[in-house]
Design a protein around this ligand. Sequence first.
Ligand code: HEM
Length: 137
Amino acid sequence: QSSPATPPTAALSASPASADSALYRSLGEKAGISRLMDDFVNRLAADPRLSEAFRESNLPHLKEQLTEQICQVAGGPCVYQGVDMRTAHEDMNIRRAQFNALVEDLQAAMDAQGIAFRVQNQLLARLAPMHREIIAR
Ligand code: HEM
């Protein structure tokens, strides 16, 4: 008796960032991520370490783009269609201290949204490798 063939739908559902949607669900799905990004971007704009960098930014646009990106990174059904991280941040001369300040603001926003520490760390672990595309050298 041969084993059944792999169903054709298996290949279709194997989209790269959504191998597992547990983190997406822990973050409260699209509505929770949207709330989190709203709070987070408000903190970035108010942070004296970062406010200069975001002074001329379109904050509503940034909130929307981040919501799509984080939704995808967390394993949700979104597809981030914005520019890649290297292109989005080139010529900004971003330093490691600014990247770390942004991570602190994200942690504060996640605390404020009542997101569990374990869940916070899972999201941060997926964002950390992006430093290579974002920090200038
Ligand atoms: C893990 C860290 C980061 C992530 C995931 C991230 C993500 C993004 C995304 C998705 C966009 C929108 C790109 C688009 O317009 O389509 C963006 C834009 C931008 N980012 Fe970042 N970023 C990070 C770190 C930083 C840091 C450290 C700074 C500066 C201190 C920064 C400054 C900016 C600015 C100024 C924009 C343009 C916003 C606008 O005018 O719309 N980012 N970022």
